[in-house]
Design a binder for this molecule. Structure first.
Ligand SMILES: C[S@@+](CC[C@H](N)C(=O)[O-])C[C@H]1O[C@@H](n2cnc3c(N)ncnc32)[C@H](O)[C@@H]1O
Ligand code: SF4
Length: 360
């Protein structure tokens, strides 16, 4: 049976972080009951095209999905169980903000069916939490991390690094603190200054490219030595704790996307569809899907599995890529090819977008 994931997007936040470019709405009066009813209708719609698939993962992302009342999380998970065959060890993740401020939030989420919690910590010092416009301080973050670890068996935190003026010794200190927390996964994102954000309007510049690359290389080595090998550009965990949901995207499996800025990829009757809110579907050509598979697959440390690639888009890997460019990039040490795979070297990971552009 083919694998399927379900992404549930909750776009609402209590405040707007100055760096964040994700689609979101800052409002307190969210009509949760009505929105959840619409989500269930949308799940039913997509069920019609995916009855033959097995759900291996559900992911509540945002925005701030820790603001959804746990009773509605429970309702969605139950609905999914009723509609589809679900893997016994189905991963059910939720992204939470440390200041969600509700008593028993984590135990209620666990009781509702969440079995993996990803906490948006962003920095492990008060100065930078303030700079990033977060509404939690270090003490709140550490308290939430402690509760998460006590409540869930599988957990992860997000940190943003390569902040302007951040030095490597400062980052080393934070990383050392992060690996001592006892988390199963650590996700680290280089700060990007996105057009239209408060940071961009204030003229804040990202850390210089060379310094950011140095931080990335250090981070990768340090985390590997401390039990968190890199499995994707920004994600570090031993194999048993890699996010199964995100692996679905990077390995090119199907997923349903529900909610305002969610999208999906569904293969049905030999055709590949891209879906957007609300129930909009557009057929993709095999070439369009092939390019996506390269963009996603090269993000993984294990790279692109050529057999999997051909199964997902219907084109043989060697027929799709620019062979001369590929040869050049292998010779210059950016890519490594085996009969079954193509992957980026550590040098290649520093210029991934350029590599993709050249071989597609
Ligand atoms: C979809 S956001 C939602 C997370 C959650 N609402 C929170 O704020 O903790 C997922 C992650 O993207 C990262 N992120 C968002 N904007 C970013 C930016 N401009 N640069 C780097 N990372 C960013 C943050 O680490 C964040 O936790
Ligand atoms: S980073 Fe998270 S909390 Fe902040 S605005 Fe973006 S989605 Fe909302």
């Amino acid at each position: 049976m083919q694998k399927l994931g379900i992404y549930i997007h909750w776009p609402y936040c209590l405040s707007k972080c100055p760096y964040c470019d994700f689609y979101k709405e800052v409002r307190k009066d969210v009509p949760q009951e009505q929105i959840i009813a619409e989500y269930l209708e949308d799940l039913d719609f997509y069920h019609n095209f995916t009855t033959d698939k097995n759900i291996i993962s559900v992911f509540f992302g945002g925005g701030t999905p820790s603001l959804i009342q746990p009773q509605y999380i429970d309702k969605i998970i139950n609905h999914i169980h009723k509609k589809w065959p679900c893997a016994k060890n189905m991963e059910i993740s939720l992204e939470a903000n440390p200041n969600s401020n509700r008593k028993n939030l984590f135990s209620d989420l666990k009781a509702a069916g969440i079995n993996r919690l990803s906490l948006g910590v962003q920095a492990l010092n008060d100065k930078d939490l303030k700079f990033l416009g977060r509404t939690h301080n270090l003490q709140t973050a550490l308290k939430s991390i402690d509760e998460v670890i006590k409540t869930f068996d599988n957990h992860s935190i997000d940190l943003i690094y390569a902040r302007p003026h951040q030095t490597l010794p400062e980052w080393k200190k934070e990383l050392s603190a992060a690996v001592n927390l006892g988390l199963k996964q650590i996700s680290l994102y280089q700060l990007t200054i996105e057009e239209g954000t408060v940071f961009a309007k204030k003229g804040i510049l990202p850390l210089e490219e060379e310094a950011a690359a140095e931080m990335y290389s250090f981070t990768e080595d340090f985390l590997r030595q401390n039990g968190y090998p890199k499995y994707e550009v920004s994600n570090f965990a031993p194999p048993q704790y890699q996010s199964r949901h995100n692996l679905l995207y990077w390995q090119g499996d199907d997923y349903i996307g529900i909610g305002k800025s969610a999208h999906g990829r569904i293969t049905h009757n030999g055709k590949i569809y891209a879906t957007t809110h609300r129930r909009q579907t557009e057929e993709l050509t095999p070439e369009e899907r092939a390019e996506e598979l390269i963009i996603m697959g090269l993000r993984l440390t294990e790279g692109i599995n050529k057999k999997h690639f051909a199964e997902k888009c219907g084109i043989a890997f060697n027929d799709f890529v620019n062979k001369n460019k590929l040869q050049e990039l292998k010779e210059t040490g950016f890519l490594v090819e085996t009969p079954s795979s193509l992957k980026a070297t550590p040098l290649g990971f520093l210029v991934l977008n350029k590599l993709i552009e050249e071989i597609c």
